[in-house]
Design a protein around this ligand. Structure first.
Ligand code: C2O
Ligand code: CU
Length: 543
């Protein structure tokens, strides 16, 4: 395996979108940021230099970083921020990840513009488990706000309500033809008839699950979160924030221009607060008269929750001789975590402008995560007391009918806490995320750092500890780092805690993170030296 190097300079750069110019935070002046290329098992050393005017950290989403939580990146979990003028050499240690991942800022909301793809190809002498595509194209779905993202965040914190919706969704940084002043910059993928292209799809968006499709074309989905899946065909994809999908598309339609489009999925019964569709163009090379405007893909309705469920039900691990999987069969520790959005009284009326003097918060097992002042990893490594508690509960503090109609919000007023759950090395873990119907419920794309995990089951309503495990898929469950828990439903995951470290777990909706939908696992060292956290890099950013 090779050691590769990259330099990431975080800096303010002027960008013009939607007829307005503003300064955004970028890496190397690029939005979306530079793509990192590697092969399976490589290590990439990224020299991160903060030449911007705010604190920042960078995270390598989906990279397991064996024994190396030090450069994982979440602010105040594994490091203190890199201050303006500071630098930090981050080792990105790949192991078995193969496919598409991404990197993004992990402090405040700066990941809105500070993100990019990580492309991990099969190592020399090995191949894709499908015919090699003619070309591979990262396709990053994102958001654009006309105002400064820091102001969007501050306003959001102040009001206690939902954040202002972004002004446009983007595809590879572009809002597309339907927006003013944008048409000439619309992202175009030029294709040759008869060839197959691989789209390396990333939802880098802040707050929305998205549908995506290309008019008249069918996708073959072959990978998810840098693990292969059994190929399946679909006219659309559903992709949650944090998730990545590898998708083949064959240029097999009459030469023309075709729109590709992404739009928001909200879920049944919920009022959509963004309705925008954004477009890019798939354009066949050659001489012909293109239809104008190009045909648009037909995507599922914004409130159609069956479409995302049937899409994700098709995602199964390859589980072949060449790509075997090891699903934990015997479970050492079982956790049930409720994931809720809560509505709580404001402390202070001038500070809160939602109805009835209440504001949103979010919680896992009824704890709203409070960020510490120095990072949990440092405190753990050095044995510093008072930074975090180790009381994160294995089960909800109160059992109730989680998905009953009209749960009173008062049922669960969360407490604030910086609680971790400590797991011994090599424990096999089953974790069931249980959605609740507080505020009528919403889906949560839950993401775990330091691991990929198997999604062994999912369903609507309350998890049944007796009956539901009988229907688990232990044969070819998908191996992922992010999974959307259905609204008023549950999702069961399994993993073996063989990566010692301090690993954040959170909802990948940025608004829910700000409301506190986070917790941290500490996986203890094993006995042998190759089962222990690597030693602390000397250039860790000071707290
Ligand atoms: Cu994609 Cu904690 O992050
Ligand atoms: Cu959430």
């Amino acid at each position: 395996a090779a050691v590769r190097r990259a330099t990431f300079v975080v800096q303010e750069t002027s960008y013009t979108r939607l007829c307005d110019t503003k300064k955004i935070l970028t890496v190397n002046g690029q939005y979306p940021g530079p793509t990192l290329y590697a092969e399976t098992g490589d290590t990439i050393i990224v020299d991160v230099q903060n030449k911007g005017n705010q604190n920042i950290t960078l995270h390598w989403h989906g990279v397991k970083q064996p024994r190396n939580p030090w450069t994982d990146g979440p602010e105040f979990i594994t490091q203190c921020p890199i201050k303006p003028g500071g630098r930090f050499s981050q080792r990105v240690i790949l192991s078995d990840e193969e496919g598409t991942l991404w990197w993004h800022a992990h402090s405040d909301w700066s990941r809105a513009t500070v993100h990019g793809a990580i492309v991990i190809r099969p190592k020399q002498g090995t191949n894709y488990p499908f015919p090699k595509p003619h070309k591979e194209v990262p396709l990053i779905l994102g958001d654009w706000w006309k105002s400064d993202i820091e102001e969007v965040l501050q306003e959001f914190i102040r009001t206690g309500g939902d954040p202002n919706a972004s002004d446009a969704l983007t595809i590879n940084g572009q809002p597309g033809d339907f927006y003013n002043c944008s048409k000439q910059d619309t992202f175009k993928l030029i294709v040759d008839y008869g060839k197959t292209y691989m789209l390396r799809m990333i939802n880098a968006g802040m707050n929305n699950i998205l549908f995506f499709g290309i008019a008249n074309h069918t996708f073959t989905i072959v990978g998810q979160d840098a693990a292969y899946v059994k190929p399946f065909k679909s006219d659309y994809i559903t992709i949650t924030p944090g998730q990545t999908l590898d998708v083949l598309v064959e240029a097999n339609q009459p030469p023309n221009h075709y729109y590709m489009a992404s739009k928001v999925y909200i879920g049944a019964g919920l009022a959509p607060f963004v309705r925008s569709t954004t477009t890019a163009v798939l354009e066949y090379r050659g001489n012909y008269t293109a239809s104008s405007p190009p045909p648009l893909p037909i995507l599922p309705n914004i409130t159609n929750s069956t479409a995302p469920q049937s899409f994700s039900a098709n995602l199964r691990s390859l589980a072949s001789a060449d790509h075997p999987i090891k699903v934990p069969v015997n479970v050492d520790q079982k956790f049930l975590f409720t994931v809720s959005v809560n509505f709580v009284p404001c402390n202070n009326t001038t500070d809160c402008r939602t109805a009835n003097n209440q504001r949103f918060r979010a919680s896992i097992n009824n704890i709203t995560f409070q960020s510490p002042k120095i990072d949990i990893l440092e405190a753990y490594y050095r044995g510093i007391n008072g930074v975090y508690g180790d009381d994160f509960p294995a089960n909800p503090p109160l059992e109730f009918d989680y998905t009953a109609d009209n749960l009173s919000a008062a049922l669960r007023i969360p407490r604030n806490g910086t609680e971790v759950r400590v797991i011994p090395f090599n424990t096999t873990v089953e974790l069931v995320y249980q959605g609740t119907n507080l505020l009528r419920g919403i889906e949560h794309p839950m993401h775990l750092h330091g691991y990929s995990f198997f999604v062994v089951g999912t369903g609507l309503g309350n998890f049944d500890r007796e009956e539901d495990p009988k229907r688990y898929n232990l044969v070819d469950p998908p191996l992922v780092n992010t999974i959307s828990v259905p609204r008023n439903g549950w999702t069961a995951i399994r993993f073996t805690a063989d990566n010692p470290g301090v690993w954040l777990m959170h909802c990948h909706f940025e608004r829910h993170i700000t409301w506190g939908m986070e917790m941290t696992f500490i996986v203890r060292n094993g006995k042998r030296s190759e089962q222990k956290i690597l030693s602390r890099p000397s250039d860790m950013p000071p707290c």
